[in-house]
Design a protein around this ligand. Structure first.
Ligand code: P1T
Length: 386
């Protein structure tokens, strides 16, 4: 839990650089040391400096947890070894027989974990259109314990109205977990809108440089924090100190990067929308997005993720993803470099045989922070003749 009093007054850009990261008291080192240690010497049994064993706590991890918590206005943060480890820990809060309402457009790995793993342990899932709060309300049963949202969604870039769904969740005493990976805390702060848990794959915008895999959960709820901390220590999905250092280092430039990701993506989305080979562009910053007004209310900016469908359908899409040179064909997102991918066969392959399969013609872009003219030139060249 964060203890620096000044943090109460700091803005996001300052918190990203300083929250949880006072200079090292032993040496004055301005960067948080990488405490590459598994254990801590005790003067007598139980007489220690706050650290016993690094599965439970590690100072580098603590700095990251405090920083991420501060970015979302939360007292509590937990860092995990991956985004999926964080998601798994949320499901571990539940019991066999509990029911979960989840969005029908979510990261393929989230669906796989729910459908192939947690269903075996007795959890039940309803996959609903979370763009429609009434559909969420209608899906509630006496067994419902958790509502799981992605907003914007991966890969459809649809939004969920966090405040409206938080009202529904609060009225029924349900946990509302928001996967905030696509927006990052620089653009959206779900806990301030009433969500119970905000979750991240820190692999993406928080790390920002495609060099680390990690996850995080932030919360204001004392009891849920204690349960999650217990479960994490019991189950062990902790990140190593180097990985925590890399995410901390990435977070320092998060607000700067998100401004450029958003500015570049808006330009790229407008270019694509005007291109004759493109049938449809999904980007919350476009006036044509069906939830553009909600995006303006709920987000500070619109982020770096775009999805599109080509007039030539899936065949043209398959060609397109192999023709770009700057946009590298790869899974993942949120790094400084631009990526392109085909969710149906790549990140969301685990949904293809399900009711929530993604459109085979959908192409997803993670727009990086390169010069936007170079990015548009790359896309224009790849679209020629399709
Ligand atoms: O990859 P990992 O750090 O375990 O995070 C999983 C995850 C959770 N939530 C969202 C919204 C995600 O997008 C992801 C990971 N997504 C990809 C790897 C991808 O290319 O979509």
């Amino acid at each position: 839990m964060t203890e620096q009093v000044d943090e109460q007054r700091w803005q996001l850009e300052t918190l990203a650089i300083h929250a949880g990261q006072a200079p090292d008291p032993a040496t004055g080192a301005i960067m948080t040391p990488v405490y590459q240690t598994s254990t801590y010497v005790q003067a007598a049994p139980g007489d220690h400096k706050g650290y016993e064993y690094s599965r439970t706590d590690n100072p580098t991890r603590q700095a990251l947890e405090d920083c991420l918590a501060a970015l979302e206005g939360a007292p509590y943060g937990l860092a995990f070894s991956s985004g999926m480890a964080a998601t798994d820990m949320v499901f571990k809060l539940l019991q066999a027989g509990d029911h979960v309402i989840a969005g029908n457009d979510v990261y393929g790995g989230t669906f796989r974990l729910a459908d192939k793993v947690w269903r075996r342990f007795g959890l039940e899932f309803s996959w609903v259109d979370t763009a429609n709060p009434d559909a969420v309300r209608a899906a509630i049963t006496p067994a419902t314990r958790l509502i799981w949202l992605e907003t914007p969604t991966n890969p459809g870039l649809m939004l969920a109205d966090i405040a409206a769904i938080a009202n529904i969740a609060q009225a029924r005493g349900l946990i509302l977990a928001v996967d905030n990976t696509f927006a990052s805390p620089a653009l959206q702060q779900p806990l301030k809108l009433g969500a119970t848990l905000s979750l991240h794959s820190t692999t993406k915008y928080l790390g920002g440089h495609s060099d680390v895999v990690g996850g995080a959960i932030l919360t204001r709820d004392d009891d849920l924090y204690r349960q999650l901390k217990f479960l994490q220590n019991a189950a062990g999905a902790v990140p190593g100190p180097w990985d925590c250092f890399l995410v901390l280092r990435g977070v320092k430039t998060l607000p700067l990067r998100m401004e450029r990701h958003s500015a570049n993506a808006l330009r790229v989305a407008r270019f694509l929308e005007d291109h004759p080979a493109v049938e449809r562009v999904m980007y919350p910053g476009l006036e044509s997005h069906p939830q553009h007004d909600l995006a303006r209310r709920q987000m500070r900016n619109f982020g770096g993720m775009i999805s599109l469908i080509l007039r030539g359908g899936a065949d043209a899409g398959q060609q397109f993803v192999t023709r770009t040179r700057l946009f590298a064909l790869a899974e993942s997102l949120g790094g400084v470099e631009s990526l392109i991918e085909h969710p149906y066969s790549m990140t969301h392959a685990s949904t293809t045989a399900s009711d929530i399969a993604v459109n085979p013609g959908l192409i997803r872009l993670s727009v990086g922070v390169e010069h936007v003219d170079d990015l548009i030139d790359d896309l224009r060249a790849a679209l020629t003749g399709l």
